[in-house]
Design a protein around this ligand. Sequence first.
Ligand code: CA
Ligand code: CA
Length: 204
Amino acid sequence: MRRIKNRKSNNFDPFTDLLFNILLGFTFLFFITILFINPISKLGNINLKAEYIITVDWEDNLQDDVDLWVQDPNGEIVSYLKKDAGWLHLDRDDQGVINDKVIINGKEVIYPINREVVTLRGIIPGEYIINLYLYDNKSMKPVNAKIIIEKVNPSLKLVFFKDVILQQKDTELTIARFHLDSSGDFTVGTSQKETLTPYELKGY
Ligand SMILES: [Ca+2]
Ligand SMILES: [Ca+2]
């Protein structure tokens, strides 16, 4: 009897071994897949921190200071005066070339780009208003600026662009109004003027 039992068990061995090897193979492939997928998803997460990116660029090397002002549907306004407002964030106040100088190995290096960037970190449904203000006009010439809006998710997509001219110091223009719905979809609206800066109220 013992021999028969042994033979029976011997008959099952190759099948069990095969199952085990297949399982081992799948487990190995699974871990290899995880290893390859993980770095990509981590890179993706960096971009996922923003839903929309609003960028204004004006001519390189100018000393002129353009300011980006954005209001969200709750009335929160982001600008150089308040760089975090609700889910809006301004990366920096670019003041032309004034704050573009850095010292590298004892030498002054100028990064001549003129750009301000506001990111929307989350979706609040409703109307957003984008204004530009020419705070300083040392060139004494009209300043050409370009506004773009990019939707970040699920992949980066340009949804709006406009070229504008700021004629003189203290010009404030409403560049665009746009709507986001609850799923984050973008619709451009009018550019009816709305003042977002507090300068007139506070007598600047
Ligand atoms: Ca500025
Ligand atoms: Ca600059």
